[in-house]
Each structure stands twice: as structure tokens, then as C-alpha cells.
Write a protein that binds this ligand. Sequence first.
Ligand code: CP
Length: 304
Amino acid sequence: MKHLIDIKDLSVEEIKDLIEVANDIIHSREKYSHKCDGKKLATLFFEPSTRTRLSFEAAMLELGGNVIGFSSANSSSTSKGESVSDTIRTVGCYADIIAMRHPKEGAALVASEKSIVPIINAGDGGHNHPTQTLTDLLTIQCEKSRLSDLTIGLCGDLKFGRTVHSLITAMSRYKNIKFILISPTELKIPEYIKEEVLKKNKIEFKETKDIEEYMNDLDILYMTRVQKERFFNEEDYVRLKDYYILNEEKLKKAKKNLCIMHPLPRVNEISKEVDEDPRAAYFRQVEYGKYIRMALILKMLEVH
Ligand code: CP
């Protein structure tokens, strides 16, 4: 049995296969509508979510399966003091596969050690969010027709943004990838990502505070929200939350075929006017998320 805790749990070849299946699902939905008949997915969300939970649920329903679960720790026996391990052992008696989000880094890994069914990490604190990364990879493949030879700007909260950490790790395995890391000093990318991923793999990267400095070099601009829930004091959050607001003025120097991505939810970091720009891919990205999760469920349940 295989779990998905970190994007590195999947090889480049496995990711290629998932993207191919997701593309096939996009073009032949009907073919997949009974693939998971009789199967159950449990979504255990100890932390809020809109896209990840609902896209997992929509994915399983579109495959013909069923869904059980909870959307907050308060509505489960966690509120009575039950451990994650006991919850996972219990839910494994009811479901064939579990997608789990938890505010603590490493919680999904701990859960996978006790689980009798496959576990998918749907986000563990500021650590990893592998299915968002799969969503991002499918988006890049569909929007840019390649996963290599790209200059990717990552902008905003690069410190706490788990989607950024997972995306850098994943993209570092493809050829000729350059990163422009755009953040205020307080929210710079963690040293371990620089040392263990970027430098170790000899990936070219530049750091800047200025969103416009390298705008005309970018093939992808990946905006992120300042993660309020990870701050220790409100004052710092208030000072940094509107540091970047992407608008049409700032996009003037950008390439005509720039792809603007955002894992969402957005707060203020992308102005609403950008939504009408054909380069804004973030709502298409949401939809790709459902298809790649359908492909992932099929793979993890070994449905052919
Ligand atoms: N992108 C993402 O993880 O969104 P949710 O927090 O709404 O699931």
C-alpha cells in the first residue's frame, strides 16, 4: 500500500502518468464515471478548506464512489481528546482511502504509519501540500504545454506557503527551470529549501522584494496569500498582508503568454481586474485540481 505524504513520494514518471490520465479524464469523462463504484473516500479535515476538500469529494463522486468525513476538528471526536492515530485506525474500518488535512507538520506521516488504508496528505501545517502541487503541474502542462524550460516567479508568503515549498521541490526535477523568489524579508523562502532543494540541484534562482523587477522574464507568476493562520502576532500580519497587490499596471511589462497562477484562497494579493485578463489561470487551476485528484484516487486504489 502506498501513501502520498510528500510530492517526492511520486517519481517524475508517475507524475507524467497521472497527468496523462487526468488529461484523458478531461476529454472522456463518461469513461470514468463508474470506475470507483462501491468505493468510499473519507475526507478528514482538521483545518478549514474549500477547494481541496470539495475537489476530492467531487472527484470521488464523479468516479462513481461515495464520500464520508468531517470538515472541522470540532465536529469529530478530536474535540474529546482522541489522537490522530486512533481516528485514522477507526476511519480505515469505514473507507477505502483517506484524504487528510491537519494544522500540524508531519501529522499525515504519523497517520500513514497507523493506517490500514492509503492516506493522502491534503496539507500538513506549513509543510507540504502534494495534491496542490499535482494540480499546479497539470495546470502548467495544460497552459504552457511543457514542464521544462520555464522561468517561474513565486510571490508573497514564501516562508509559510506550503504550496510554494512543494512546487519548488517538484519543479526542481525538470530541465532548465529558473525561479524568481519575490517576498518581503520577513517572508523569505526557508533556508532548508534553498540549501536542500535549490542549491543541491543546482537550480538557478534570484531573490527580490520587487514584483516588477523581473516581470518581463517570467513564464509563470505564482501568487500566494500571506498565511494569517501561521503568524504568531496580529501586528506582523497586518503590516505584511497587502505587501503585494498584482494589478494590470504591474503586468504591463509581462509577457503576452504569461500564466498567472494562485492556489487560492485569494485575499487582496490579486486585484479583481486581473480576473478578466486571459493570462489569469487561477480559476482554471481550480478545475484542473479535480481532474488530477480523480487520477490520483484511481492510481492509489489501483483501479485500471
Ligand atoms: N488551495 C487550497 O488548498 O485551497 P483550500 O484551502 O480552500 O483547500
